[in-house]
Design a binder for this molecule. Sequence first.
Ligand SMILES: Nc1nc2c(c(=O)[nH]1)N[C@H]1C(S)=C(S)[C@@H](COP(=O)(O)OP(=O)(O)OC[C@H]3O[C@@H](n4cnc5c(N)ncnc54)[C@H](O)[C@@H]3O)O[C@H]1N2
Ligand code: MOO
Length: 394
Amino acid sequence: MLTFDEAIALLETVVAPLRSETLPIAAAADRFLAKPLAARSASPARTVSAMDGYAISGGTEVAGQWFDLIGENRPGAEDPGSIAPDQAVRVLTGAPVPQGADCVVMQEYAEREGSRVRFAEGYGPATHIRAVGSDFAANDVLVAAGERLTPRAMIAAAAADRAECTVSARPRVAIIATGDELAPPGTSAERTGSVPESASYGVAALCEIMGAKVVGRFHGRDTIDELERIAGEALAIADCVVVTGGASVGDYDLARPMFEKHGLELVFGRIAIKPGKPVWLGKVGSKLVLGLPGNPSSAMVTARLFLQPLLAAMQGGTIARQLCFVPMSLGASLPRSDSRETFVRARSSAEGLVPAENQESGAQSPLVTADWLIRRPANSPPAAAGDLVLALPF
Ligand SMILES: Nc1nc2c(c(=O)[nH]1)N[C@H]1C(S)=C(S)[C@@H](COP(=O)(O)OP(=O)(O)OC[C@H]3O[C@@H](n4cnc5c(N)ncnc54)[C@H](O)[C@@H]3O)O[C@H]1N2
Ligand code: MOO
């Protein structure tokens, strides 16, 4: 069996960024940039005040000295003017400072008398002046290709002063849940032996959060004819097909066979991880097919570990960014781990990461609060509260 890292390396070889499109900045939130976004001009474009106060020269050493107040600069003022050493200009936050000024004194320190102003001791050492280009220079790349336009990055994107940007198209994903026993939520109690189909709901939500568009949802019964037909329909409408269940070695595990007629080329199958051993990846022409185990915890863990990086990479994002495991402190102990590399579902708390009690692949209720995955190498010894572990937001 492959290791997790070997499987991810293979995934990286088969995923390519999709087509791109140009959008108005306002419509590009949450999308991945396909072309770098460079600043049209510097920010600030002129040297400006960071406070409401008075621009003077003489720095922070002139407490008590009177200055002649010769004018006022507001944000947007076209001509910043200039001052001599005994003069001051009233400035508002964001206003250009006059030539010759080297300090803005906050108005809380000012004493005004007619058209004169002086300042109390202690107004320094900050000069409250933002130098031209101190945030970024003209032509600086503010958002690199492959970055996502998060709410934070949207600020920088708009600050670049461009009306449009070029982003990757949203991957179209079709999801197929396989299994005779599955029933849509709300109908399972009506049929003895059925279980609510849950795995695809987590997968679909993850797709949306990752910027993909879910273009089809299918439920396939465990007959090869029906599954082959559904596989064909899903491949026709999607860039990526995710199939849940039927991934293991049982007589009715048809997730891979259903794509064989369509020309499936396997990229990897069966990984030495727990949960998620049966996860597999294939290609049908330019389309990717990801097979997730049916057990809901396994499906969600493998969606996080494989589908999330895959969707990012289809949009030009980096896989490493999606799999950045960070050192975290354990909030409770962990037993010795299995002979497979293990991804422990845990919830964050003020004490550190607390592993969920139920680590069964079929468990569903712990997923609500398990917001981290702890990565444990195969055969790890027991770990105690306070120990550092590597973990990934889940
Ligand atoms: N002899 C072996 N048996 C199993 C092995 C093995 O190596 N040898 N692997 C086990 C592992 S690990 C996993 S994980 C499961 C996964 O198997 P499948 O992907 O084939 O999943 P199914 O058999 O279709 O279903 C397993 C389980 O999950 C429920 N399920 C399936 N789909 C959904 C869904 N969309 N929503 C909710 N629940 C779902 C299904 O009813 C079963 O209970 O195989 C082990 N077996
Ligand atoms: O590897 Mo399976 O996903 O543990 O139950």
